[in-house]
Design a protein. Sequence first.
Length: 258
Amino acid sequence: MSKGLGNGILSGAAGLLCLFLIMPTLIVAPISFTQTDFITFPPRGFSGRWYEAFFERPEWYGSLITSTIVAVTTTLLATLLGSMIALGLVRLSRRANRLVSFFFLLPMIVPTIITAAALYSPFAKLGLVATVPGLVLAHTILALPFVVINVSAVAQSMDWRMVNAARSLGATPLVAFLRVTLPVLAPGIAAGAIFAFLTSFDEVVVALFVSGSGATTLPVQMWSGIRFEISPIVAAASCLLLLVSCMLLALFWFLKRK
């Protein structure tokens, strides 16, 4: 068997496996256009009334607005803090780098349910439960590792002699950062920001503990919809989440190629 044929078979098998894994997600799309008042497969008829209902019902549309606000704020905060942490890690020795990196990667390693339970008590004492700032803080903790990983990967491969050369030619630390360091780190920062947004926008476990009537995100609203009413509006919301995720992943792929 030639190498090209072997690679083709491997790629085909990987493609079929990916299709098998995403098939349950793709089935949600036709269900969201059903004419019936309950979820059925195969769907009966074709109608966009459930998307109309999503934007007309305040509990659904409001949860989308809350999720967007929380995700955007989390992205800004996690990107800023994660980039600063990544730049600091590069300056440390290899052993210290590993120890500090492990600390900041703990939210990714520890099961989300444990993180949620650990955050609930201090958040309740500080009055952050059922508030947007509480959700932003909790999601920032979860999103921070993704920014640290992406920015650190770029920072470790960067030639820091360029910064020294800029400083020796009279550039101030701020100018050297803006003109030399930041353009090099931009791909890692952009990738970290995209993953931070997706982490916050799709997160449900921590949000179930921290959110409430005053701050209900779209995944939490979907969870409630599945528990109390099996309505196709949940499928419509799932398609919107899937669309946002696909658009951001396509943006990540585009930035990676650039």
